[in-house]
Design a protein around this ligand. Structure first.
Ligand code: BYC
Ligand code: FE
Ligand code: FE
Length: 474
């Protein structure tokens, strides 16, 4: 177990104090990070005491501490999972060689690009969510939002450490730039599409943490296989925190569904659940369609020479590369996928290495379906005849083969024009947005109280009761 230092400016288990130059550089980046947090982090809650989990080590049975803290005082630290002695590169052209402890010169640019892309999503999501506190449905949910936000901040720290430690001057410049781009800003946008989309109400927040944080899970799983050992170790620990983000999304949507179904069985229900202040199931389906399709884009093109090169070089593997695959070169193998030929769908074989984005997306889709099945169980449990469905992977795409055509949720191709015409059958309209905004105008700050459109959770955080004061709002 590597030693944890918690009493310095930057908590860490990477022996930061032994490298004074690095320590100074990171200590200089720290105030810039805090400035960014104050400007772009949760607006209106920086003085509140929030019951937060803080990572303090990578020990499986004691890695986190829970306490009320003010967010600007959160101890954002650098924690790498323990080193596996003698670890070897597990896939690609360098398979069997010792994992790299320093950046190999020939892979420097690719590696930096992967790390910067990963890093950029972390602050982006905080920016997207910065106003949500002002319409929170409860203190419990408010706390969960802030928990996700501070941990995305820590994920940024994890990547910035790699940039500073291993990429010299370029790395320091990239670390600066990470605090300068802004989600949704047309002049200096965040790198990936979904991270520039507005996430301005709680239904979107829960869909985002279910679908978009789950892309995070899969990308991190792929990077955890990396031959670049520090990247592997840091992403392995990030995955520990990620599980809670997806829990927030899955249970958040589930609780909205639960409440909607309750209202639909109320004696005053006359066919319009909106009239009773609930979110109707078709509107939930539309938001599912939106965030699922935006998140599918995050895996990149179906056929990608970048992905092939990342795999060949040993930089980015498949999820569970060691556990779930027996053959690790991915050479001389084909992956059959649907492609577009003359405007029609045709099945074609693609070299497996070039299909790595699609392979990762496949695993992601199966994982998403598991959650959707649980949501449907809730609906069924209420005896209501309605089923939520993941749309086809062709639906509403902006990256890859299907970005040039339109498609229905069932996957039938349409012209772009027809898609635009019918868009609001499948995706949230301005009216839907207005309706949701009208539900979520006021925050609920009373202990144990919940907005009308969401059911309370069955239990609180860390064994505490649901009516615990998770946020002491000044
Ligand atoms: N938006 O070869 P292609 C998370 C660009 S989420 C805009 O198909 P590649 C989190 C691409 O740059 C996880 N542009 O893609 C979640 C390329 O541009 P150039 C984040 C896009 O490179 C919630 C061109 O299209 N981690 O942690 O194989 C809250 C063709 O690209 C997009 C990572 O992403 C897009 N969506 O794969 C907080 C892991 N997609 O070169 C946090 C690191 C592609 O033609 N990144 N393009 O100019 C990667 O592994 C890869 O960069 C990607 C893209 C999978 C994203
Ligand atoms: Fe993250
Ligand atoms: Fe996350």
């Amino acid at each position: 177990m590597s030693d944890v230092v918690n009493d310095t400016k930057i908590p860490n288990n990477v022996d930061l104090s032994s490298d004074k130059k690095l320590q100074r550089a990171l200590e200089q980046w720290q105030p810039a990070f805090l400035d960014w947090w104050m400007e772009m982090g949760p607006e209106g809650f920086q003085k509140d005491d929030v019951y937060l989990r803080t990572a303090i080590s990578v020990d499986s049975d004691g890695w986190a501490q829970f306490d009320h803290v003010k967010m600007p005082d959160y101890r954002w630290g650098i924690f790498l999972a323990d080193k596996t002695e003698g670890r070897k590169i597990g896939f690609g052209d360098h398979m069997g060689e010792p994992a790299w402890q320093e950046v190999p010169g020939e892979h420097r640019n690719s590696l930096r690009r992967l790390i910067v892309t990963q890093a950029d999503t972390e602050p982006a999501s905080v920016e997207q969510q910065r106003l949500l506190g002002q319409t929170c449905p409860s203190l419990y949910d408010l706390r969960n939002l802030f928990q996700v936000n501070v941990e995305e901040g820590r994920h940024l720290w994890a990547m910035v450490y790699l940039l500073h430690r291993y990429f010299g001057r370029d790395g320091r410049e990239e670390a600066e730039a990470l605090l300068q781009r802004r989600s949704g800003d047309s002049d200096r946008p965040r790198i990936l599409g979904a991270f520039n989309e507005p996430c301005n109400h709680w239904l979107s927040f829960f869909m985002f943490t279910f679908f978009t944080d789950r892309d995070g899970k899969y990308q991190l799983l792929a990077l955890a296989e990396s031959g670049f050992d520090p990247l592997s170790r840091t992403t392995r620990f990030m995955l520990t925190e990620e599980a809670h983000h997806m829990f927030v999304g899955e249970t958040g949507v589930q609780r909205i569904i639960d409440r909607t179904c309750q209202l639909m069985k109320d004696t005053s229900f006359s066919g319009d659940v909106r009239a009773l202040g609930g979110i109707d199931l078709p509107t939930i389906q539309k938001h599912l369609n939106l965030w699922y399709s935006l998140s599918l884009d995050l895996f990149g093109g179906e056929i990608s020479s970048n992905a092939a090169q990342y795999f060949a070089s040993g930089l980015k593997g498949r999820a569970f590369e060691e556990k779930e695959h027996t053959e690790h070169t991915a050479l001389d193998q084909a992956y059959a996928m649907d492609v577009l030929r003359d405007g029609k769908i045709a099945r074609e074989d693609v070299a497996l290495r070039n299909a790595m984005n699609e392979v990762l997306r496949d695993g992601y889709i199966v994982d998403c379906q598991r959650g959707v099945d649980k949501w449907n169980k809730t609906i069924k449990g209420h005896g209501i005849d309605f089923e939520l469905k993941l749309p086809s992977r062709r639906f509403h795409r902006h990256v890859g083969i299907y970005s040039d055509v339109g498609a229905t949720p069932a996957g039938e191709l349409l012209s772009k024009e027809e898609f635009a015409r019918r868009r609001h059958e499948w995706l949230p309209s301005e009216d839907d947005q207005k309706f949701i905004d009208s539900l979520m105008t006021k925050p609920v700050y009373e202990k144990g109280k919940f907005a009308n459109w969401i059911a309370p959770p069955p239990r609180g955080i860390k064994g505490l009761s649901v009516d615990f004061e998770y946020v002491r709002h000044a």
